[in-house]
Design a protein around this ligand. Structure first.
Ligand SMILES: *Cc1c(COP(=O)(O)O)cnc(C)c1O
Length: 386
């Protein structure tokens, strides 16, 4: 039985062309980029090449890019770095209720350390309430951080408009673009952002490498002290193979992005339509239109998402109940609760996230198998009595 991988929002397989580009940078070109001999020039050039590729993809200057260990570090760096750098100006931060834990828990940490955070609510589709966001702004607000698209329900936020509001009030604006970069257009100027996080493994690059875009002139305090790497913004010998892989992944993603987004949007819409038609008491979570091309999140009344996943796994189908990070906890997803789902319905939700290798045949197979699984589980469920 061939397995069907529908969890690309959690991670993607590394593109073989990315691996090929990385390989020479382990044992052949191993020089420390900070040294002065020619062995080091090769690795230094490779890093700067990747930086230029990424900068050009998001409409930035290479100097505005800092490589990190991934999306989580980029989010932590952006938020803590601004909070510290601007603490004389104020201690208030605005974010949304549906951020990734890398943002949410960073904000919670700052709350324990003297900062004040407002968590702006979202509507039933998961779109942030712009009027409430603007109302939350205070004279001591130093940062707004709102994700570009949500990793669980796929809703794309009006980042450009939020950026305009932030600009009008002279407040720094960060977006977590980990789910969008490489999949839909991400341009720092179009989006009006000062800081932007990305992660390579979410667009077929290697795990453990990412980047933070920091607009020129933005005051930010480093979160890692030591060497002078990354223009003194992040100490640590650079992850050269990882950075090279990130650059290659950006190149590949940029070439195929528009076609792939169209293809996945069609597959996504047909899948949603088929599942909602075939399975009673099911509903789509997230925005019907303004959503990631690859994201499908559906709630099934009266059953547990985990049981659905275990049954799908028996057919070799890999999906998720939402965030990989919360899958080990019993608390339902904060995102699904924020869009108004009951605890019970939030527990009965499954996320299918498509990728560039996902075929119509694979999705047709899931559409064939899933109704039987849901019916079987509901027949055994004390929660479902229709
Ligand atoms: C995956 C993800 C992260 C974390 O990225 P890592 O590289 O795994 O640390 C942060 N934000 C969002 C929206 C994500 O989907």
């Amino acid at each position: 039985m061939k397995s069907i991988y529908l969890d690309h929002a959690a991670t993607c397989p590394t593109d073989p062309k990315v691996v090929e580009a990385m390989l020479p940078y382990f044992s052949d070109h191993y020089g420390n980029p900070s040294s002065i001999y020619s062995l080091s020039r090769t690795t230094r050039n490779a890093i700067e090449n990747a930086r230029t590729i990424l900068a050009s993809a998001i409409g930035a200057d290479p100097k505005e890019i800092v490589f990190t260990s991934g999306g989580s570090e980029s989010d932590n760096f952006a938020i803590k770095g601004i909070a510290h750098a601007l603490k004389d100006k104020g201690n208030h931060i605005i974010t949304s209720q549906i951020e990734h834990h890398a943002v949410l828990y960073t904000c919670k940490f700052l709350e324990k350390n003297g900062y004040d955070v407002t968590y702006v609510p979202v509507d039933e589709h998961g779109t942030i309430k712009l009027d409430e966001l603007e109302k939350a702004i205070r004279p001591d607000t130093i940062l707004i951080t709102v994700m570009h698209a949500n990793n669980e329900i796929g809703t794309i936020q009006p980042i450009r408009q939020i950026g305009e509001i932030a600009k009008k009030h002279g407040i720094k604006f960060h977006t977590d673009a980990v789910q969008t970069f490489g999949h839909i257009p991400v341009n720092a100027n179009d989006l009006n952002v000062d800081l932007l996080s990305i992660s390579a493994h979410k667009f077929y690059g290697p795990k453990g490498v990412g980047a933070l875009y920091i607009r020129k002139g933005t005051k930010i305090t480093p979160q890692s002290h030591g060497g002078d790497q990354e223009r003194r913004r992040r100490a640590s010998t650079e992850n050269v193979p990882g950075i090279v892989g990130l650059g290659k992944a950006v190149e590949i993603a940029t070439e195929s992005m528009a076609d792939e987004a169209d293809r996945q949007t069609k597959l996504r819409n047909d899948f949603i339509k088929a599942i909602l038609e075939k399975i009673p008491d099911s509903r789509l979570n997230g925005h019907p239109v303004d959503r990631l091309p690859n994201n499908i999140n559906i709630s099934f009344e009266g059953i547990e998402g985990e049981s659905i996943l275990l049954n799908l796994d028996m057919y070799g189908i890999a999906a998720s109940t939402g965030s990989a990070c919360s899958s080990s906890s019993l608390e339902p997803s904060h995102v699904l609760l924020s869009i108004g789902l009951t605890h019970e319905l939030a527990h009965g939700s499954v996320r299918f996230s498509l990728g560039k290798h996902t075929t119509r045949e694979e999705l047709d197979r899931v559409v064939d198998i899933l109704p039987g699984i849901i019916q079987k589980l509901r027949a055994m469920s004390p929660l479902y009595n229709k």
